[in-house]
Ligand binder design. Structure first.
Ligand code: SAH
Length: 353
């Protein structure tokens, strides 16, 4: 098994059955070696610095109805909110003062007529903090809309494909959504020149090792700049709320595989991982992750942005807990890297379409 790790590290590629072997081997010495090699590759490329992104959860209003997600439109138990333009700007201001140089605007999928509101927001953030990166994570929109947001000043876009298996995709999403549309969105974003992130929920209901291998092969071919991976965590008010959460073991194996596959990719240690395991954030870093995304949303709305039960929203998970995060990183010899942390093969400003 260690030989497979060495091959993946040296050639950045394995055969499908070898990925499956790494995903299913008992969590012993070989898997420890996988994680340790991945951590070493991250250190070789980024040192002991961890990039931070300030996450602003702009809205929990959503026109979609994903079966796993707590803010799906059918969930009538959610108190819906959308931050005002000024509130989002204040979040960024607070983040900027704390030292953040990347803002991530994430949210449910607003009605289509809100595209212009987002465009204005992006333009104002760009004008106020010209040196900062703006990342959007707002779901599926048209090529034209993505283009307008890019021209307004956005740099990056996160859109997980969730699963690359069509049948599995259909069990996680309503009939109105399709894997084809999701992949078309990802292609559009890439073609437009965004730094693009994709990824999956690990341990989502019905997911098999075969599905994970399909995901790995898709990501290998898509060559994203960022890879977002967190465990599935049930939300009690969703149709999939009775399924068990994904595991930290499998999530961190995947971090390690992707780090060895893409030495320079931006790979967050996610809030969902830290939600299912108290040491999750550091476990992610020890498996090759190099980004964390503290929460900059106003405290009262953090619990309303409830994608899953038990979401970690305080302490080192929160932007105002940044010193706690620094202390936590220091326990394993790491520190915050306050740079923008662009994907290496992208110039920092590419909004000159
Ligand atoms: N609406 C946007 C962004 C918000 S959701 C979009 O869909 O892209 C951001 C990510 O949260 C999703 O891509 C999904 O992978 C994750 N997520 C949603 N529900 C989850 C759950 N129950 N457990 C773990 N992750 C979840």
């Amino acid at each position: 098994m260690k030989r497979l790790v060495d091959i993946l590290r040296d050639t950045h590629h394995l055969q499908a059955h070898d990925y499956a072997a790494l995903l299913t081997a008992p969590d012993g010495d070989d898997i420890a070696y996988l994680r340790q090699q991945a951590q070493q590759v991250a250190v070789d490329n980024f040192g002991h610095g961890i990039f931070v992104r300030g996450l602003v959860e702009v809205t929990n209003v959503c026109r979609n109805d994903c079966l796993y997600c707590g803010i799906r439109k059918s969930n009538t138990h959610v108190a819906r909110y959308t931050l005002t333009h000024d509130e989002v700007m204040q979040c960024c201001q607070q983040g900027y003062s704390l030292g953040f140089r990347t803002f991530v605007l994430q949210g449910g999928e607003l009605p289509r007529d809100k595209a212009q509101w987002i465009e204005q927001l992006v333009a104002d953030i760009r004008a106020s903090w010209p040196e900062c990166a703006i990342t959007l994570s707002l779901g599926e929109w048209s090529y034209e809309t993505y283009k307008r947001w890019l021209q307004a000043g956005a740099n990056r876009y996160l859109l997980r494909h969730e699963t690359h298996n069509t049948a599995h995709y259909a069990t996680l999403h309503p009939a109105t959504m399709s894997l084809t549309t999701r992949l078309e969105c990802l292609e559009a974003l890439k073609q437009l020149g965004y730094q693009v992130g994709t990824g999956i929920m690990v341990g989502s209901p019905g997911q098999t090792v075969g599905h994970l291998v399909e995901d790995i092969q898709f990501i290998e071919q898509f060559q994203p700049h960022m890879i977002g991976l967190g465990p599935f965590v049930p939300h009690h008010d969703t149709p999939l709320g009775h399924h068990p959460a994904g595991s930290a073991d499998l999530t961190t194996r995947l971090y390690a595989i992707f780090r060895l596959m893409f030495p320079k990719v931006l790979l967050p240690s996610t809030t969902a991982l830290n939600t299912i395991h108290p040491e999750g954030r550091l476990m992610g870093i020890k498996a090759g992750a190099n980004v964390v995304m503290p929460n900059l949303s106003p405290a009262p709305v953090r619990n309303q942005y409830s994608l899953y039960d038990g979401k970690a929203v305080t302490d080192a998970e929160a932007a105002e807990g940044i010193h706690q995060l620094e202390q936590q990183l220091a326990t394993i010899g790491y520190h915050i890297d306050w740079g923008r942390g662009d994907a290496p093969n992208n110039p920092p400003f590419m909004n000159n379409l």
